[in-house]
Design a protein around this ligand. Structure first.
Ligand SMILES: Cc1cc2nc3c(=O)[nH]c(=O)nc-3n(C[C@H](O)[C@H](O)[C@H](O)COP(=O)(O)OP(=O)(O)OC[C@H]3O[C@@H](n4cnc5c(N)ncnc54)[C@H](O)[C@@H]3O)c2cc1C
Length: 475
């Protein structure tokens, strides 16, 4: 007979690892089983192009990781994690004018925004002043907030579709464009409720601290979490993809850092058909097409201040970004897509050989799209950085299918654990008082398909583990 564990977790993404740490820290015997050869899920770094160029395969920039209420409590620095703070969070280049820069200083950012400078300061300042409460209340399942008044003030704005909010909050194109780039992190069309929440939240995090990147790549977040987990006595078993419940070793509880469809399939004999049917109805939203670049030189932005930002929002005006997101949602590949771009080697010399650089760029495409978006992405970058193509030494592309092959959680290339619209933001994967629990008291979900959703913050894993502890009657 094999070893009996207290908890077995399927999947070693940031949420699986976070759940494992919570439980191992309570003295439980925890095993994390990972399908891939290395730990990390969406936080992995690899030489995807040429030797000596270290690319973030998935996540690159980590405002939520740096500010995560849970990560903050862990000694991750002692386990090798080093955060790098760039000069600015995001740059948003526009045609025939200076780029807009989002940086920690509210007044400097506002100064960029011309006619909307004063309004912008009034909007963000109260939320930045109370950002700790705002983040901890937003990064948890529905429940009693610690600061109800603040959450209500934020919610009144956040609930609105980004198109509506932007029209009423700002007059000029510069503020609208900055807001659009942040709202596009929602991977939703801007006429959906709650798209303003994501836009405002990304602006607020940018004023708490410039969006951080981990030295050496996002793999180092996973490595630090895994090393800490092991130091607490946790066990890791890589290269073991779970497709059937019978593969799982004996344990009191099982947690799935997987998407809901896999959970329904793996635990088909353990979960009631009605619950499986609800899991199988889960909506994933658009996928991504991504390019990693080895570059001979920094990206030749027309406005060189763009080099100060860990993220560049490449897509032009609010209307253009909104059209791109609408296209991806409605099943069309946009010819002038909104491109999320990162240039990590600008701040971290360990990513590329001396004098050389890495580039990381993706756009949203319809779920399951097969289309090669290289030309469309590069035209958009060239629009604001003429000569960019001449700096390319090598590149590697990933379609939505490549992403699904890489990580079975990314169904159709969807990268944030499923659509975060009003129907699924708080009720993922299905509506239940305890969203991490299932009708089977031994089975839990802890992935980004549970609240609070996508991003590298570990909060889904943290809250799911609290639910398991409660069921084991451990305080
Ligand atoms: C291209 C891209 C860019 C992104 N950019 C950012 C960013 O800049 N910042 C940010 O915060 N977030 C970003 N994200 C999102 C972020 O990576 C995810 O939200 C986060 O990784 C989710 O963590 P998780 O633990 O829920 O799942 P995952 O990270 O997906 O990890 C799940 C793990 O479980 C394993 N697994 C799945 N099924 C099985 C199975 N059946 N058997 C065994 N193992 C299994 C997988 O191999 C994987 O290792 C990005 C994602 C992608 C793909």
């Amino acid at each position: 007979m094999g070893k009996q564990y207290d908890v077995v977790i399927v999947g070693s993404g940031p949420n699986g690892l976070s759940a494992g740490i919570v439980l191992a820290a309570k003295g439980l015997q925890v095993l994390i089983i990972e399908g891939a050869e290395t730990v990390g899920g969406g936080t992995r770094t690899s030489e995807l192009t040429l030797p000596g160029y270290y690319h973030d395969v998935c996540s690159a920039v980590h405002p939520m990781g740096y500010l995560s209420p849970y990560f903050k409590t862990l000694p991750l620095e002692e386990f090798g994690l080093e955060w790098i703070i760039p000069k600015a969070s995001a740059a948003h280049p526009l045609d025939n004018q200076e780029a807009v820069l989002l940086s920690k200083s509210i007044s400097e950012t506002a100064h960029n925004l011309g006619i909307d400078a004063e309004k912008y300061q009034k909007i963000v300042t109260p939320f930045v002043d109370q950002a700790e409460d705002l983040l901890s209340d937003s990064l948890k399942p529905l429940g009693i907030p610690s600061n109800p008044l603040l959450l209500m003030q934020f919610g009144l704005k956040a609930l609105q579709p980004a198109t509506f909010y932007s029209k009423h909050a700002f007059e000029g194109e510069r503020a609208k464009a900055l807001f659009a780039g942040c709202a596009a992190h929602s991977v939703l069309p801007f006429d959906k409720f709650f798209t303003t929440a994501i836009g405002l939240m990304f602006l607020v995090t940018g004023h708490v601290e410039n969006w951080a990147i981990p030295k050496g790549g996002s793999q180092n977040i996973a490595n630090a979490l895994a090393a800490y987990f092991k130091s607490l006595g946790g066990e890791l078993k890589p290269s073991t993809k779970i497709t059937d419940y019978k593969q799982l070793p004996d344990a009191k509880k099982y947690m799935f850092d997987t998407d809901p469809i896999q959970l329904a399939h793996i635990a088909k004999d353990q979960l009631p058909p009605s619950y499986q049917a609800r899991l199988n109805k889960y909506q994933f939203g658009p996928g991504v097409f991504k390019i990693d670049y080895a570059l001979d030189a920094p990206i030749p932005w027309k406005d060189p201040r763009c080099l100060d930002a860990s993220t560049v929002h490449v897509g032009g005006t609010f209307a253009e970004v909104a059209a791109s997101e609408k296209d991806a949602w409605e099943g069309r590949e946009c010819q002038r897509p909104f491109v999320m771009l990162s240039q990590q080697s600008q701040f971290d010399t360990s990513r590329a050989p001396e004098g050389k650089h890495t580039g990381w760029a993706y756009c949203h495409v319809p779920n399951g799209s097969n289309k090669d978006m290289t030309q469309a992405i590069e035209s958009q970058i060239e629009r604001f950085a003429p000569g960019f193509k001449d700096t390319i030494l090598a590149k590697r592309t990933m379609t939505t299918q490549d992403f699904y092959q890489y990580n079975p959680n990314y169904l159709g290339g969807a990268i944030t654990g499923g659509a975060a619209d009003i129907f699924q933001l708080f009720t993922r994967p299905v509506a239940r008082i305890d969203p991490y629990s299932t009708p089977n008291p031994d089975i839990y979900i802890c992935s980004a398909s549970s609240p609070p959703g996508g991003g590298v913050h570990g909060m889904c894993g943290y809250h799911a583990a609290q639910s398991v502890l409660k069921s084991l009657k451990i305080r």
